[in-house]
Design a protein around this ligand. Structure first.
Ligand SMILES: [Zn+2]
Length: 222
């Protein structure tokens, strides 16, 4: 395994560079399943001041291991997802702008583009509002995830959580979900203005794009 602390640091910075986070909000973590250690953004540190050394390591109970900073206040939700979803190695949380709009209107983001079909192959679900006490957020994510298998779940009146095989992938899903939210938002608004019905891509076509993107044939041979 490479330098997971560095991956977590870089994935957090990628949220900031892609304008998916504001102030000190948002966070990415990574899980070393062999050593049972989670690396996560420290609480209350602005991204411009974030350094790799500040990334906090905690055990599965949330106990800090040799770090001066406190971990993100959202650590409890990350831990719940690692404990309850096998094989994931990254979790990301953002309040990015267009995702938040969908979290308010509580409409699942429909598959309107091939880019959305490629990455997710399904609607991005929105849950009801839940407060942040105990396991509420984690349980709500898993309920939606079990129903849809979508690696991104939008929490009502809040923002998104995403999961991936590593921190980079969870942050990538957060970025692509924001892209889908923004394009869908404008299309839906313009559809209203021009009185044009906005229809999702047909299911069989969505599957075709998704399968191609997730097949061995896509990208460069390693
Ligand atoms: Zn939040």
């Amino acid at each position: 395994m490479g330098d997971l602390k560095k991956s977590v640091y870089e994935a957090n910075i990628s949220l900031w560079k892609n304008k998916l986070v504001y102030g000190t909000q948002g966070n990415v973590s990574g899980f070393d399943r062999d050593r049972k250690i989670i690396f996560i953004k420290p609480s209350g540190i602005p991204y411009e001041n974030l350094k790799k050394e500040m990334i906090v390591s905690v055990d599965l109970e949330g106990k800090v291991i040799k770090s001066k900073s406190n971990p993100s206040v959202d650590t409890i939700h990350h831990l719940f997802l690692y404990k309850n979803i096998p094989d994931i190695g990254g979790v990301c949380h953002t309040h990015s702008k267009f995702i938040t709009v969908f979290s308010i209107i509580k409409i699942d983001i429909p598959v309107l583009t091939t880019a959305h079909a490629d990455i997710f192959g399904k609607k991005i679900p929105v849950s009801e509002y839940v407060d942040n006490s105990q396991d509420n957020i984690g349980k709500t994510f898993i309920k939606q995830y079990n129903k849809t298998k979508c690696p991104v779940v939008i929490l009502g009146n809040h923002g998104l959580f995403s999961i991936g095989k590593n921190p980079e992938e969870s942050a990538f899903y957060a970025m692509m979900a924001e892209y889908c939210a923004e394009t869908s938002f404008y299309a839906m608004i313009l559809g209203k203005i021009f009185n044009k019905e906005i229809l999702p891509i047909e299911d069989s076509e969505i599957k075709k794009w998704f399968d191609r993107y997730h097949s061995e044939r896509y990208g460069q041979t390693k």
